[in-house]
Write a protein of this length. Structure first.
Length: 400
């Protein structure tokens, strides 16, 4: 029997992640400094962990409502209103999920029919296109460009729309570029979405990691709530990646469709994670702000150091990534990343792992200590100097 023939053709033809090969190389270099992983280096604050421990002591080990505990949904509703002026009813417009990743998958599966097209601005998070394909849709890349700070342009959205277009996905603050979009920059995109009667999935997992001004959601624009499925979670802002708890907010008709899939595929998010998430929203914003302050310090250091090396880096105003160009070295991104890992034991991710629009760039996460970032930049400078003699090498005194 040929077991491969038993696989779904969609799964059989699904391309592996563009970063998988690179992470295989990283696994063979345990001594490397990794700027590759998009995960906070902070531990979940103690009072959040303690809330989970207390819930276990109290025997809270049962299922919850498929939709999530009423207390957490109400807390999410209040949080979104107070922080971002968004208005979602906890009873009918909010669903608690297994992280933001499940929420994205639910949205695609609930909304797409075979052949529906989804516009995906690139460079982008590596899961979007495969999840679209698994739901029977067709991913359509919409390039963004360094000259615009990797912000999506309405004219490029308009150009990509066809009779089969159903969805646009946004991720701002962005992974991998760190770009954000302001209210004024989102409005022309929203106008295109409304004019063509499209839906938008807005992945706002990095909303709290906005360094200049306040995060603005496309859902807050006039008439856009009915066009928007808002997705977020607790992984990045509260250092809770392993807790796997997120949420999706949408008009009740759309949310009901997602809930149908969720109740059969997952039943409910773990009760202990929901208890921890509730504590995070009620009492964790001070620690969140402290972590964001540390990220901001690291961000400013990385941008300056990379630009000083001649690796042109736009100012990323969100998330915890920088996305410098490495074209001045004469290498493509994959070669740069592989040789940097081999010669200097520093791990970064080739930009084209996030789509062809990322070619000529690398993604570096600054979710690491200043000590590690400083040493990594000394090594990168030495590596770049070996490839391009005109670039100065950093010294220890310059990374303090």
């Amino acid at each position: 029997m040929n077991l491969e023939d038993k696989l779904s053709p969609i799964v059989r033809n699904l391309k592996p992640s563009g970063i998988r090969r690179f992470f295989d190389l990283l696994s063979n270099a345990p001594d490397a400094i990794s700027l590759a992983v998009g995960e906070p280096d902070f531990v979940t604050p103690w009072h959040i962990r303690e809330a989970c421990v207390t819930s276990l002591d109290q025997g809270m080990t049962t299922y919850t409502s498929n939709q999530g505990t009423p207390e957490l949904r109400e807390a999410v509703s209040k949080y979104l209103e107070q922080r971002f002026q968004l208005h979602y009813q906890s009873s009918s417009e909010i669903l608690i999920t297994f992280g933001a990743s499940e929420a994205i998958d639910l949205a695609f599966r609930a909304l797409l029919t075979p052949g529906d097209e989804v516009l995906i601005p690139e460079p982008c998070y590596v899961s979007y296109a495969p999840c679209v394909e698994l739901a029977g849709g067709v991913p359509i890349a919409v390039p963004t460009h360094a000259r615009y700070g990797f912000k999506l342009q309405a004219k490029d959205v308009e150009k990509a729309i066809t009779s089969r277009t159903k969805l646009v996905i946004l991720c701002y603050p962005n992974n991998p570029t760190g770009a954000i979009m302001t209210k004024e920059e989102l409005q022309p995109v929203a106008d295109v979405i409304k004019r063509h009667d499209l839906l938008v999935i807005s992945d706002e997992i990095y909303a709290e990691l906005t360094y200049q001004g306040q995060h603005f959601s496309i859902s807050a624009l006039p008439e856009m709530k009915n066009h928007t499925i808002l997705i977020s979670g607790f992984s990045k802002a509260f250092a809770m990646t392993g807790w796997r708890v997120g949420y999706v907010c949408a008009p009740s008709i759309l949310l009901t469709g997602m809930l149908k899939i969720h109740q059969y595929a997952a039943l409910c998010a773990p009760i202990t994670s929901q208890v921890a998430a509730l504590e995070a929203l009620e009492n964790g914003l001070e620690e969140c702000r402290a972590m964001v302050s540390q990220y901001d310090r690291r961000r400013r250091f990385m941008v300056k150091a990379l630009n000083d090396l001649g690796l042109t880096c736009h100012d990323p105003q969100g998330s915890f990534y920088v996305f410098p160009s490495i074209e001045s070295t004469g290498m493509d991104a994959t070669t740069f990343a592989e040789e940097l890992l081999k010669e200097e034991r520093v791990a970064v991710v080739p930009g084209d792992a996030f789509g062809p629009s990322g070619a000529g760039h690398i993604r570096c996460s600054y979710a690491s200590s200043m000590e590690q970032l400083g040493e990594a930049m000394i090594r990168i400078a030495r590596f770049v100097k070996s490839k391009q003699a005109s670039i100065p090498v950093l010294t220890t005194n310059q990374v303090g």
